[in-house]
Design a protein. Structure first.
Length: 365
């Protein structure tokens, strides 16, 4: 059974009509299939989908990103990679089912795959904690990223989470510290890491795994510091103003590409990734191949510098500094105090050396 969003009612009616036309044993009894009418209805459906999905507002994009039928990380792992070996546990506390991790082959090359997983039905969503990672999940990914770094294995990450789990137990086990350590690990490794935001990219729960050389984003995914509902509650004390919040937050792929927060948009079939999973698989596969090849000839230090410079450049074209290309602009010029201190330090060293030399000559004479 297909699930429809509240702005897809006309699409639902057309698809129901199409199903009846394709069924020769309809409610009116046995009849011939009317191919002309089927073709006409299909054209109407395609046109309607095109009109709706080319004019989505930020809140509608948010609903598409959260769509029940949207392909999840497990789907992409199962269909894009070969010889996947699941690895579990953080070696400190336990296993976190909200993130799938393991080594696999992508077009014959070894990669580490990380995927935040929401689950497909109520049972698996509860088991996966709706994609909200706990500290042990982040510590598990840190452990495996360090292992991949040791053996020079690239990292592919699928991001899909409303945010890190805010439960009491997670806080007691150091949720904030685990997120910070994960970001630090992402920034320090010498292998290319590519993050793909496939649904929701929520707050620190997403950035902990998306501090990558390349951040790719599906056309109808979202990436933000807070949910529109949460933002509306804080700013206007009214979660119903989520549409205004979504517009102000610039959370769509198009907005984030303009702001240089992400590096590339992976386009979806008309009607969203869930309507034609074969197309979205092919598009993601091509994007991963292209971006892995980009780093093929780079050394470890070059990969680190590429990642560092990518994040240092964010916001530089929006008036924060005059020259967005000059990374040295982040370094503060030496103050008078620093210059005086430096000169006094030199004088002190010379004084000590003269004193030692004087004492040595005194002892000899």
């Amino acid at each position: 059974m297909k699930n429809y969003l509240n702005f897809e009612n006309e699409v639902k009616d057309l698809e129901n009509e199409l199903e009846k036309l394709k069924d020769p044993f309809n409610q009116e009894g046995i009849s011939e299939v009317d191919t002309k009418k089927i073709t006409k209805t299909q054209e109407e459906l395609d046109e309607k989908l095109q009109n709706i999905y080319s004019n989505l507002d930020p809140w509608q994009i948010t609903l598409v990103a959260r769509h029940e039928d949207r392909p999840k990380s497990k789907f992409f792992i199962d269909n894009l990679f070969d010889d996947f070996i699941l690895l579990e546990g953080d070696r400190y506390y336990g296993e976190d089912k909200s993130v799938i991790t393991g080594f696999a082959k992508f077009k014959g090359h070894s990669v580490l795959v990380i995927g935040q997983e929401k689950g497909e039905n109520l049972e698996t969503r509860i088991e996966r904690n709706f994609g909200m990672m706990r500290p042990e999940g982040y510590r598990k990914t840190i452990r495996l990223m360090k292992l991949a770094d040791k053996f020079n294995i690239p990292i592919i990450t699928f991001v899909d989470t409303p945010g890190a789990y805010p439960g009491v137990g997670a806080e007691e086990r150091g949720q904030a510290e685990a997120i910070a350590k994960s970001i630090e690990c992402c920034m320090q490794i010498k292998v290319p890491n590519i993050a793909i935001i496939i649904g929701e990219g929520g707050s620190g729960g997403a950035i902990a795994l998306a501090s990558s050389n390349k951040v790719l984003m599906l056309e109808n995914a979202i990436y933000s510091v807070i949910s529109p509902e949460g933002c509306a509650t804080i700013l206007w004390k009214d979660p119903k103003k989520m549409l205004d919040a979504a517009k102000a937050m610039k959370l769509s792929a198009k907005d984030l590409l303009e702001l240089n927060i992400i590096d590339e948009i992976i386009y979806e079939p008309i009607g969203g990734a869930h309507r034609n999973k074969e197309i979205i698989l092919r598009n993601i596969e091509l994007s991963i191949s292209k971006n892995l090849n980009f780093f093929k000839e780079m050394t470890g230090e070059e990969i680190i510098n590429h990642r560092k410079n990518k994040f240092l450049k964010i916001g530089r074209s929006k008036g924060f500094i005059n020259n967005p290309e000059s990374l040295s602009a982040t370094q503060l010029p030496a103050t008078k105090f620093q210059q005086i201190f430096s000169s006094k330090k030199n004088i002190l060293i010379v004084t000590i050396l003269v004193t030692i030399l004087t004492l040595f000559l005194t002892l000899i004479l």
